[in-house]
Write a new protein. Sequence first.
Lengths: 232, 242
Amino acid sequence: MELVADRITKQYKNKIAVDRMSFTLTKGVTGLLGANGAGKTTLMRLLCGILVPDSGTVSCDGMSVGTEEYRDILGYLPQDFGYYPEFSGKDFLLYMSAVKGLTKKDAMRKTKELIELVGLEDAAGKKVRTYSGGMKQRLGIAQALLNDPKILIMDEPTAGLDPQERIRFRELIANIGQERIVLLSTHIVSDLEHIADRLMIMKDGQLLWNGSRSAGGEDLEVFYISVIDEKR
Amino acid sequence: MDNDRIIKYLKEVCQTPEPENKEVFFQRLEERGLTSGRPVVINHGDFLLRQFPYIGKWIWLLSSFLLLFIIGICYGNTGNYPFALTPLLAIGILIETRRSFRWKMAELEHSARFSLRSVMLARMFLVGAVETAGLLIVILLVQPWFSYSVIRISLYMLVPYLTASLVGSVYERNNRSDNAWGSVIICILSSAFFAAAPYYLSIMYEERFTIIWMVAFILLVLSLGISVRRWICDMEGPVWSL
């Protein structure tokens, strides 16, 4: 299974957010590193079909990014997401199950499983507006997994999680990444140190580095800074 | 010591519960990922029905209130201006289309199998279908109180409703702010226009001009279809500007 981005470009008025990026993602966890404004979110939106590239293509095993089939195997956690005000955590997951096309029976089963997995059992019936930042983020992670995605794209997934939750999240992603394409964006290098198989480093809309995590050496932070500095 | 106790207590209270069936979940996930093809998915008809409970309750309350109000006004008055109340029905449908953006659900919906386009179309269709059905029932109920035929009353009620829907849809397509006051004002202005029409354009309500109402009705239906199509095809901008 391969997710192929071929010379994708996205420009906004006077800024090129993603500049002719080409890469192939395979099974495993890929970490996308870059400072704020590097173009990570735009790239993720392009990979999810939320934005249409000005040029270039995105496809997975021949399925184009804009198709229902592609979205069917996609799980996405945006950097910031909302919820309808009347929703409890459980309602939110049931609603997302419907939009993802799950049958009622599957929706109930998956919702129950995922609520337990992300530790929201006690809060499942409570309104999402009463959730803390970490709880809301865990709910977001749960919705991304509802359709057993083959491609999982998460934009700053550890934002708002406490240290213990971060550790659990890494464990979860490491497990999921064994058989799936997982792309995580972050500007916190330590988030990727133990779970990423590959790394992509972005700056000003360009891909500065793309390769194995092990090539980055022991200290990923030092490696990241050296790559950024090298291209200055 | 006290501090230690407080910290221990806080840890116990704030700790995220450890999932008990985590291993079973991963095993299932792995099995399904390795062995099965695409999961069973619902069809568009099922999706449409599943959207029904997610439409804001206040939309149904507002629509029911307006339809009852139209009946009440028609009962007391047999002039032409009660027909001008129907543009207010379009407020519900126009505001409902903003829901995903207002509550920041658009990006999540856009990446799901039934994308934002399907969600918006489903909501527009459901609210529009229920309101139109309600309006047709109202037309049948109030018709005996007027000297007009059912067709003429239908045209006099549907043309203002479609006019507000069309102008509102064009406005919504080009204006993506968070609040919906623009659409509300458009519906109120449309209502005011058609309320005033019997006074300065009373001739239009004569039988010989029914054909003009018919042409207007057909043009409005076609234009509304085109406008909604354009609106749905241009989802990229609003999602980005979240």
